[in-house]
Every structure is written in structure tokens, then in C-alpha cells.
Write a protein that binds this ligand. Structure first.
Ligand code: MG
Length: 248
């Protein structure tokens, strides 16, 4: 069932989304060669708690940290560790915050120092595809229109679209219906109506769609070993068009 939010619920949800977004700023400030992904997670955790929210991911399905921090070939669900970031790494950080009964969910891929031309292109195209998806999130369209907008932007570059994981509704639960795939046919899937709140989150790789999951049951890597990028916003569908709730 798709849960629609009233105007006042949307207003409440904005706070969780803002804290979730600002925690990415906290990460960005400390990302540099030598910092560990655990240190980044700790700083984000402390910021979220200080802001009066709860980290949505901590303990969810047993996840052991507040942020998923995924380096290079790790697409999503990287567990913060003692790994020290190196110049040239790309690091995808996915984080959620919960307060006043609602969640916000967002992700961004950062560059550590300088990285390769192909990585820069991957990041640019993945972020652009997120905004193409958001543009298609208008009343009267269907989920498939969002999916197809993302896919159509990415495909000409020859990059891989991860299919095993998808975006989702978000609200009182972090993961609600509907699923929001990053591939699909226009005009298919649930109709978009006012009051829907969804997380759109393209996960794009330099090569291939296939992923593997480590023995820790979380860390999700590209099968090719090539880098991946992940950008995500929580948005609201309104009669005036899509509204990004996780504005940084
Ligand atoms: Mg999400």
C-alpha cells in the first residue's frame, strides 16, 4: 500500500530530511586522504543525534552503523571500518535520519582528492540521472516514467545500471511502497499522485549491472571490480511539481 502524506505531515517530514541532508555536509567537511570510514560515520552519527534525530539505518535489519559508506567498487551498504580513504577514491555515503515520526533518506558520492576522468564522468552522469528522474516525478506520470528517465540518461554512456536494488517510498517507515527502479518502461507502474514521498536513488557502475555481496551479508560490490556511484534524494510529489526534501 502506498501511504500518502498530508500537507502537515510533509512539513514534519522536512525536518528529518534536512538533518539527513546536512549530515552529508558533515561528511564532506572531513573527507580527505587518511580519514577512516568509521570516523566519518561517527561524525555523522553525532551530528544526527545532536540535531534531535535518530540515525535511520542504525540497527535497521541489523545494520551496524549510522551511514552506509561504500568506497570505489562497493556500490551500496558498505560498513564503516578502519579503512583509510586514499587520494583518488570515490566514496558513496547513504544516510537516513528520523524525527517527529518521519524519515529522510539521501546519498551522495564524494571524490577524495583527485580522481580519474572516467570516475568524474560516472559521478556527473549518475547525479544528472537522479535529476532526470526527479523531473519525471510529476502528478499523472507513473513510476515507470521516473525509471525510464534515469535509464535513458545513463545508457548512452555505456554505464551499468544496478537492478538488484531500487528506490522506494519513504515516510513513517524508511522503506515503503512503491519500489522505484532505475530502469523500466514509461507509462508503467503505479500512478504518481499528490502526497507521495519517494526516494529516487540511481546506482550506476562503470561497467556491467551485476553485483556480488560479501560474506558480511552487506557490502555490495560490482562484479566487474569497477567503480560505482550512488546519488539519492527524498522527494515529495505535489501539484506544483516535485519537491526535493533532502536539500543540502
Ligand atoms: Mg534509499
Amino acid at each position: 500500500m502506498i501511504v500518502l502524506k498530508t500537507h502537515s505531515e510533509l512539513e514534519r517530514m522536512k525536518k528529518a530530511c534536512r538533518i539527513s541532508a546536512e549530515s552529508l555536509n558533515v561528511a564532506e567537511e572531513i573527507i580527505r586522504p587518511g580519514v577512516t570510514t568509521k570516523e566519518i560515520d561517527r561524525a555523522m552519527h553525532d551530528f544526527i543525534v545532536r540535531s534531535g534525530a535518530k540515525p535511520s539505518f542504525l540497527g535497521l535489519y541489523g545494520f551496524p552503523a549510522s551511514a552506509c559508506i561504500s568506497v570505489n567498487d562497493v556500490v551500496i551498504h558498505g560498513i564503516p571500518s578502519d579503512y583509510r580513504l586514499e587520494n583518488g577514491d570515490i566514496v558513496s555515503i547513504d544516510v537516513g535520519a528520523c524525527c517527529d515520526g518521519f524519515h529522510g533518506d539521501n546519498a551522495y558520492t564524494f571524490v577524495v582528492g583527485e580522481t580519474s576522468e572516467e570516475n568524474w564522468t560516472l559521478l556527473r552522469v549518475t547525479e544528472e540521472s537522479l535529476y532526470k528522474g526527479i523531473e519525471a516525478a510529476v502528478v499523472g506520470n507513473r513510476i515507470g516514467d521516473i525509471s525510464n528517465a534515469v535509464q535513458s540518461h545513463v545508457t548512452p554512456y555505456g554505464f551499468g545500471i544496478v537492478r538488484q536494488f531500487v528506490g522506494h517510498g519513504v515516510g513513517k517507515a524508511l522503506h515503503e511502497e512503491p519500489e522505484v527502479p532505475n530502469f523500466g518502461r514509461p507509462g508503467r507502474g503505479p500512478r504518481l499522485v499528490e502526497g507521495m514521498t519517494i526516494a529516487i536513488e540511481p546506482m550506476i557502475t562503470l561497467e556491467g549491472d551485476a553485483v556480488t555481496i560479501d560474506a558480511d551479508k552487506w557490502t555490495t560490490r560490482t562484479k566487474s571490480g569497477k567503480c560505482a556511484a550512488h546519488f539519492e534524494h527524498t522527494i515529495a510529489i505535489t501539484k506544483d511539481g516535485p519537491v526535493i526534501l533532502t536539500v543540502r
